[in-house]
Design a protein. Sequence first.
Length: 193
Amino acid sequence: MAILLQKGGNLSLTKTDSSLDEVIVGLGWDARASDGADFDLDASAFLLAPNGRVRGDMDFCFYNQKVVGDGAAEHQGDNLTGGGDEEEDDEQIKLTLSKVPSDIEKIAVAVTIHDFEARRQNFGMVSNAYIRLINAKTGSEVVRYDLSEDASTETAMIFAELYRKDGGWSFRAIGQGYNGGLGPLARNYGVNV
């Protein structure tokens, strides 16, 4: 049974399951009724140094750069419509914690709305958004965070962070909205876009 977190909640992954190494970060959402344009939400991960920024563009995992950090993060593919089965994640990123470079302190996981300006879309039109961590070896869900607040104008959302603590890894539910989509969010973390 997965541990459910509220916004701001933390969970020590290492204390919960000391053998946890390969995890699937599953992200999901439902699009509310709109003017008919498909929603294309995109998951991404930023491998961050202690200063809160990427070491370089090679630390930005997204649909056009699927494997980063010497294989520590692997994007599992771009879902262009987000119209998946309710029981399945819309997008996934696989993380191998033992492969994360030692000078990376945290991994921020975000979701952005592609082409939000032309489609006039924002997170206020998205419901049932969640992030979950699955043990890749057993298939069991370890932790889950259901985003509940209405982010009516934001076009990017930092769902959660995985971070080093006491020689292991922990998970923090963030749920922080951000305006401007993927480009500005990536630049905020130091990516050259």
